[in-house]
Write a protein that binds this ligand. Structure first.
Ligand SMILES: [Zn+2]
Length: 477
């Protein structure tokens, strides 16, 4: 019997990898094997260590990857899969492929930097510490990507086909509607990937993607995300609070540090910042975007301007491109990045990674966190165990580059920028379904979030909902 196996993002929010197999046995030698997403585990060590484990089906036995979007927790294991022998097509939308061409090499670069750091410090039990994959290996895997138009059916095998529909999560993001035909029975499997927010441009300002999630879905089996299963987003406009926070820090001579995911969140935040500054709601101070990947991603965003919401299009019309802005500096090179440290007058520094797990943001945090005049604003989800989560939860010190750094700066979090639907938004979308799926498996959530969403869906919709476990194998019948 065909089956699905949850190889990641089960019991956690990272490492999304779901195997669909039409094979009768676990070797994967007969039948077709497709991976929906191939993401990197991030956050707690217990999960990160799984990036080093082999898949239960050898990489060369996997026939195709269907990629929902370009976030690292969904695509960041692709170079490793290729390194292990995968040679099939990786299907994704054109914007997702463009974003991956930036995100994956950057990830390879970070892996190499980490390994070099551990070797220098002798801090790893592995000698020598090796990168999961290198920048060159990440570039190499780009040739396996195949662009797919939204709502176009792709035949993978006589038994398996799929099409992408809009997910409204980030630029290029999609859900995968998979059709499986075996023994004369046709079944529809829906893999949501991450589900975005729509019809709420006021509460999710700066949103770029203009449509979705796809309404009126039909599914016999659904694999659905549950990141925000136990939390609701605030419904007020975050701009007044943001303006107040920034103005307060500037008044006391402090700088503002914003850890931001390079893809989508950085662009969204820059749009809002530009609006606040141009309209005089915050003082005109230098803004540094210290993220080469964020800068490249902005260029990709500008290339797909037909994806903008009317609000995002209006902002650009009114205030011009976010790449051309007096007082605004992109730090491309490490030297430019280091120069930001010399700036002692108030400035805003946006840098990645968004959960402060690596990247240039660490230098800025190490330098600015001990000063109480400064302000750190979190604008994205912080997975448990990450430095970002510790700082956000009020840690008095955190370890960066092997040293304990005191957190004396003001710490704030603004939740409205989320690109994930919350329970009321998810229910609103689920009510549009044309049928009741036979079973829904919840993935991509911390255990309390997944179980609370399961209870809500069971109560409100009367659906059969189960929380998926890591490595669990479920039949498609
Ligand atoms: Zn995502």
């Amino acid at each position: 019997m065909p089956y699905i196996q949850f190889l990641g993002a089960a019991g956690t929010v990272t490492g999304s990898k779901h195997l669909i197999s039409t094979s009768q046995d676990s070797s994967g030698e007969q039948g077709f094997q497709a991976l929906i997403d191939c993401g990197l585990f991030q956050g707690q060590k217990e999960w990160r260590e799984r990036n080093w484990q082999d898949l239960p089906v050898p990489a060369h036995e996997i026939d195709a990857v269907i990629l929902t979007h370009a976030h690292l927790d969904h695509c960041g294991w692709i170079p490793r899969l290729v390194k292990q022998g995968f040679r099939g097509p990786i299907y994704a939308t054109a914007p997702t492929i463009d974003l991956c061409s930036v995100v994956l090499p950057d990830s390879g670069h970070l892996q190499e930097e980490d390994a070099a750091f551990y070797n220098k410090k002798g801090a790893s039990k592995h000698k020598p510490a090796l990168p999961l994959y290198t920048l060159a290996e990440a570039q190499e895997c780009q040739k396996y990507f195949k662009p797919v138009e939204i709502e176009t059916t792709i035949e993978l095998s006589p038994e398996l086909s799929f099409r992408f529909v809009r997910a409204a999560h980030i630029l290029g993001s999609c859900m995968a509607e998979v059709t499986l035909k075996t023994d004369g029975i046709s079944r529809r499997l829906l893999f949501t990937g991450d589900i975005g927010r729509v019809r709420n441009s006021e509460v999710a300002p700066g949103k770029v993607v203009h449509s979705g999630p796809q309404e009126g879905e039909i599914a016999d089996l659904m694999v659905m995300e549950s990141t925000y299963g136990n939390r609701q987003h605030p419904t007020n406009d975050p701009r007044p609070e943001l303006a107040q926070l920034i103005s307060g820090a500037v008044a006391r001579g402090g700088s503002i540090i914003v850890p931001a995911f390079a893809v989508e969140r950085t662009q969204k935040f820059i749009f809002i910042l530009k609006e606040l500054m141009e309209s005089g709601q915050i003082p005109r101070i230098p803004v540094f975007c210290d993220s080469p990947m964020g800068i490249k991603a902005i260029e990709i965003f500008l290339k797909y301007s037909d994806e903008y919401t009317p609000q995002a299009a209006d902002l650009i019309k009114k205030f011009g491109s976010p790449t051309a802005w007096p007082g605004f500096t992109f730090a491309q090179t490490p030297e430019q990045s280091k120069k930001i440290n010399d700036s002692h007058s108030p400035s805003i520094i946006i840098s990645s990674s968004g959960m402060a797990t690596g990247g240039r943001i660490l230098h800025h945090l190490a330098q600015r966190m001990p000063d109480p005049r400064n302000l750190i604003i979190f604008i994205g989800f912080q997975a448990p165990g990450t430095r970002g989560a510790m700082i956000k939860d009020g840690a008095s010190e955190v370890k960066i580059f092997g040293e304990m750094i005191p957190v004396r700066a003001q710490v704030a979090a603004i939740e409205q920028f989320s690109d994930h639907a919350d329970p009321p938004e998810l229910l609103e979308w689920l009510w549009t379904f044309k049928n009741r799926p036979g079973v829904t498996y919840l993935v991509h959530g911390e255990p309390p979030a997944s179980s609370q969403l399961r209870d809500l869906m069971t109560k409100e919709l009367g659906w059969n909902v189960q929380v998926a476990s890591y490595m669990e194998r479920v039949p498609v019948n």
